[in-house]
Each structure stands twice: as structure tokens, then as C-alpha cells.
Design a protein around this ligand. Sequence first.
Ligand code: COA
Length: 384
Amino acid sequence: MTTTNVETEPKKPTGLAGVIAGKSSVGFIDGKVGILRYFGYDIHELAEHSSFEETVYLLWNGDLPSPPDLADFTTSLASQRPVAPQILDFIAAAPAGVTPMGLLRTAVSALGQYDPDAEEMSIAANRRKAGRLTAQLATLVAAIHRARDNLQAVAPDPALGHAANFLYMLRGERADSTTTRALDVALVLHADHGFNASTFSAKVTAATLSDLHSAVTSATGTLKGPLHGGANQRVREMLDDIGTPERVEEWVDAKLEAKQKIMGFGHRVYKVEDPRARHLRDHARALQGDQDAGATDLIAVSQRLVEVMAERKGLAVNVDFWSASLYSYLGVAPDLFPMVFALSRISGWTTHVMEQYADNKLIRPRAEYIGPDARAYVPVADRD
Ligand code: COA
């Protein structure tokens, strides 16, 4: 027999689905018709015209920058990319087999130890830390990628924009404009998405008045999970497992029969196609060209999956679906995909944390108790 100790509605949402958990001015999402806006700007316009730097400025300031403001902001962000050499050494010495996202989470936490404002909680200090974290995360991700092949980290080039510099640090050579633009657009599209799981975990940490690095560390750990940032990696593994468009129907039917989820489909908020998906698809197609990212024709298999899932489940793709092909054609290994997501979402995390600090209230919900009724304690010696 159990006791319930919270007065509740008869039917409660699971996983806080549909629950309004706070106010925010950052992003507007209408999941029924597929609208996403950052501070009122439609994601489609941002995907076509904006850059990651301009989007980050928008998120942190609530408005688009003037040309000189954007130039200053871009220069400032670029100047903050270097990380403490001890952290690069730590990455290089990571044990074999450690997951890239696990390493990133720990490295993000370590950044706090070297940050001059680590425990400073003023608005100005948090802005400085947000800038450093956003700039430095790219350096960490590229270093983690290279360390796996026993390659030295490439020092950032302050003359390059955020996307171009990341690709340079990743590959050790400059990328062409089509490739750079594809990544830049992916970064714009992933920058913010309301109270998604990782952003919400950052808010919960910040709401205790813990520091920004701690909040971003929580968020990185949350993004690591396969139901959130890890889904893009699972999509690529699925595409490889299916192999050819002709196998899609049979493969999907077997998974659905076994009550398994098809990665890259479905969304807690969107009931139609995720508005970010088509931009990722178009850039993935542009990048595909003659590239052979392995034996699988990723685009052809993906396209067939979209058709079959619409027929079978009426489900549309989410942001992770086409990201998998796009990141593959950028030359990123599948287990590094969630880190590319983090590269962008750091801007949303820091925005929401600063919004939380500006009007803070501890986030502490209650649980509905479903455990045993009160019972007498039996000393260990008297137990059977
Ligand atoms: N494949 C197959 N069926 C799916 C599905 C998927 N990817 N996503 C949702 N469904 C089905 C569920 O089986 C369920 O059907 P039912 O009512 O007949 O049982 C229904 O749609 C609702 O799914 P549910 O898991 O309750 O929705 P949710 O809001 O809790 O989950 C996700 C949202 C994103 C976690 C879920 O869609 C999912 O696991 N997708 C795959 C992972 C993924 O791509 N994650 C990235 C998210 S951006």
C-alpha cells in the first residue's frame, strides 16, 4: 500500500511534458506549426542571413548588433579561444576508451579552475565568462578530436570566424566556403531551444547561485544522453546499419515491431517537421558532392527513412536527423557529433543562465510520493 502526499490533478504529465516551468524572453517555439524564433527573429531568416557570432550577440543582448558592434564582438570572441595548456595536456592524457562527451564535460569543468572570474557573480563577470566559455569550447572539442589520433592541438587563428576557425583547429587546414557556411548555419540553428533538457539543467544549477562553469558542466553532462544531444550520433549509426534505401522499410518495420525508437524522429515539442531540419538537409546535400563518407549514401537512405516514418508513424524528423549527414560530410566522427551540438548550444546555455541570475528563484519541485507507507525500523541484528 502506498501514500500519496501531493495534491495533484488526476492525470499528470510525465517528464514535465507541456509544463510551463518559468518565463523566458529568449526563444519562442510553436511546436504545432513549427515556428522557432530567437528574440523574435525567425529561424529561417537567421539560417539564411546570420552567422554564429551575430546569433550569439543577439542571444546575449536581445538585439542584433550594428556593424561595428558585430566586428568588435567577433574580434573579442576570437581573442578568447586559447585554453590553459594544462587542460590540453589533460585531454591528451585521457585514458583510451573515454567517451568524447565525457571528456568534454570534465574539460569544461576544468576551465573554471583557470578562469580569472571563476567565482565572480557580477553581470559583467558572467558576460566575460560566457564569452570565454563559448570561445574555448571550440578549442576543447577540436583538441579532443585530434588527441584521439595522437595529433597535437592546433592553435586557434584569430583571423578566422568561429566556424572557420573550428574547422581549421579540427583539420589542421582551412576549409572552403561551402563547408564553413554549412557549419556556421548548423551552429546558428542549434544555438537555443527554450527549456530543452540541457538548458534546463543549467538553469537548475544556476538557480542555486552556483557559478556559470558549474551550470555549463551540468548542461554538458545532460546533452551527452542519447535522447538529447547523443541522438545525432545514433542517427549516423542507424544509417550505416541500414546501408541502402531499399533496406529502409524492412529495417524500420523490425524496429517498430520491437517497440524501439527510430533516432532522429519525434520531438517533445514539435508535432510537425522541426523548422531547423530543412536547412541542415540542404547544406548536407550541398556538402555531399562527390564525397564518400563511407559506404553508405547517407542522403538517399535518410530521404527514404523520412518517407517510411511518415507512412508508418506520421512522425517527422527533428534537428538531429539531418545533422548526422551534415556532420559526416564535415569529416566529424559520429561519436564527436554531440560535441558539435555543444559547440553551438553553449550560447543558449549561457544566455539562459544569465537570464536566471537576473531574476533568480531556486528551482526545487516536489515529488509525488509513491513509496511504502510508514513502517517501524528493525535493527540489523533483528532482521531475518
Ligand atoms: N520512433 C518511433 N516511435 C516514436 C518515436 C521515434 N523516434 N518518437 C516518438 N514515438 C512514438 C512513441 O512510441 C509514442 O507512441 P505511443 O503513444 O504509441 O506509445 C509516441 O510517439 C510518443 O512518444 P514519447 O516517447 O512518449 O514522446 P516524448 O515526448 O517523451 O519523446 C523524444 C520525445 C524526442 C524523446 C522521442 O521522440 C524519441 O525518443 N526520439 C528519438 C530520439 C531522438 O531523436 N532524440 C532527439 C530529440 S531532439
